[in-house]
Design a protein around this ligand. Sequence first.
Ligand SMILES: [Zn+2]
Length: 197
Amino acid sequence: MTPFTRGDPPAVLVECADEATASWVARVTVNRSASFAWPVRNGVRVSQAIARRLTELTFGHCCYCDSFPMDGTGEAQLDHFQPKVEFPQLAFAWPNLYLACAACNRAKLDGWSALLVRPDEPGFRFSDFFLVNPSSGELEARPGPNEARARETIRVMHLNRPGLCTLRSDAIKRPNTTVAPESRPYRFLLQARDALG
Ligand SMILES: [Zn+2]
């Protein structure tokens, strides 16, 4: 998880958010299984504009595991940090939307806890929360004041899933120094050498 600063939302989201939120709240209140759809404005699905804006802010990395390119296929999904059924008022709220790889999105599903760490929360630094085991690639919660939040984040987002640990370990052992830092996966490993346990 690499920090980023959340800039302004895309204009199309601002334009449609109130109306789309009211419609979604009304539908999901009577039917928790109601299907969710992003509105279309000027022929463009609003989710595409949001994903494009988040891609600019994160250089196309997954907001949670920092994989890049996402899943090797460039497939990116939008995750509602606070789930859209449980928190329908936040379904179109810019601060609640994150770019996630398919694996993180699938792992997190509707899981949520107030303890979860956000990469754009003020002052967030990877090494204040997490340690990395360089041989296994596993993340550990750094002992101290953030320990419970780190542990819950690893659990809910499945940040120690086996394939991801292997990729992380490879990135430590064989860093690809031929590409710019923003184009390397798991940038937090570069930014937080002291996070290596
Ligand atoms: Zn991910």
